[in-house]
Design a protein around this ligand. Structure first.
Ligand code: ADP
Ligand code: MG
Length: 369
């Protein structure tokens, strides 16, 4: 396990964590790691409060970096990875043996503790977002081919027909899912329904791990789960973590701004993350139409103490579009803040986070109040 001096900022919405030295406005591609602070130290229990331990690994189809500080840092990083891998095994739609695959094959069934928590949060969001967040979207994801992107060819993208979409959309309605919280049982109301927690899983994972690390006595930690960032405390030197918001194109390493946070999740949904080869069709689907959302937004970043909520809302507000999303924020402003990036590459930032957000050179921002 390596220990490094931490100097850093991270880029939300990227596949790999970028550790930037003095990173104000610095593109993630220019990232550089700081030299090891104390490489000889091997007994983590004697490590100082600012000693950093980290691990980078693949899980949930993305690159994850977990960093934790202090005497419990090494144990924290190990426990974090184990928890994330366990959640991946439980929730992966791509694995036949996952709990989610079992539920989808059997039209529901009993839920483990984590799946119950995710189902509760997802169904509450479905109600609260007027159906913008709908975990029963999975049959439509499959129809588009998002479950087999590697097999699709750019020459023959195989876009669903109107008839196929209409038929498949008939299975999409989280209102037909009934959750018995007492007995931890989920029942699907329509034959052929299937769920996917992909719009909320990484935020739930980061939130769960942050609570676990705090309970272990760790005071400073940072998780970057494929661009979904969540921080425990501030940096060991007391300053805030700096998280970059990426330019909405995976080919670019530019950032459009930096948000400074402590004890918060910073989670982005964008139209550039996963697309059908040869097209711009991306993986956030409007449950009302079955089509990838196209409403003038390029990305939505949610900043909140609650990682699960931040992830669910990044997807939901992207689906709602700017106007409805602003309204939603106004009626829930205590719970979260938002950074919208529109197709003209302007930033629109809610007032709760405005002081902690800095647009990169050349980008304009307005404040939503
Ligand atoms: P990422 O997974 O890249 O961080 P999101 O959090 O926005 O991005 O999640 C996108 C995933 O959410 C999709 O891959 C799909 O599994 C799921 N999804 C897509 N549309 C919806 C929707 N309207 N409601 C709930 N989940 C959705
Ligand atoms: Mg999300």
């Amino acid at each position: 396990m390596k220990m490094k001096k931490f100097t850093a900022c991270l880029t939300a919405g990227v596949l790999s964590a970028a550790l930037l030295a003095g990173c104000s406005g610095t593109p993630a591609g220019k990232a550089e790691s700081a030299p090891d602070k104390n490489p000889a130290q091997s007994h983590s229990e004697t490590a100082t409060e600012d000693a950093r331990f980290d691990d980078t690994f693949l899980a949930m189809d993305t690159v994850m970096t977990v960093s934790a500080f202090g005497p419990k840092g090494q144990a924290g990083v190990k426990a974090a990875r184990e928890k994330i891998e366990a959640l991946d095994a439980l929730l992966s739609t791509g694995s036949e043996t996952s709990e989610v695959s079992r539920l989808n094959a059997e039209g529901g069934g009993s839920l483990s503790e984590d799946t119950l928590a995710l189902a509760k949060a997802s169904l509450a969001l479905y109600e609260d977002t007027d159906g913008a967040f709908d975990i029963s979207i999975y049959p439509v994801m499959k129809l588009w081919g998002f479950d087999r992107l590697d097999d699709l060819s750019a020459d023959n993208p195989d876009i669903p027909t109107k008839e196929e979409l209409a038929e498949t959309l008939a299975l999409v309605d989280a209102g037909e899912l009934s959750l018995d919280t007492e007995n931890s049982v989920l029942t699907y109301g329509l034959p052929g329904m299937a769920v996917d927690f992909g719009g909320i899983t990484k935020g739930y994972a980061s939130d769960t791990v942050i609570h676990m690390l705090r309970d272990m006595g760790i005071r400073h930690a940072l998780l970057n789960l494929g661009g979904n960032v969540q921080a425990l405390g501030a940096k060991p030197d007391g300053s805030k973590w700096r998280v970059g918001i990426r330019y909405p194109d995976l080919q670019s390493s530019d950032i459009v701004g930096i948000v400074s946070v402590e004890n918060k999740a910073v989670i982005t949904s964008g139209d550039y993350e996963r697309t059908i080869p040869g097209t711009d069709y991306h993986h956030i689907i409007d449950p009302a139409t079955g089509w990838p959302v196209e409403n003038g937004l390029r990305s939505v970043t949610i900043v909140s103490e609650d990682g699960t909520l931040a992830d669910g809302l990044s997807t939901s507000l992207f689906v709602m579009g700017m106007e409805k999303a602003e309204e939603y924020w106004r009626s829930h402003r205590e719970a979260f803040d938002v950074i919208f990036l529109t197709e003209d590459l302007k930033l629109h930032v809610t007032e709760g986070i405005a002081e902690d957000f800095k647009p990169a050179d050349g980008y304009k921002m307005d404040i939503i109040s």
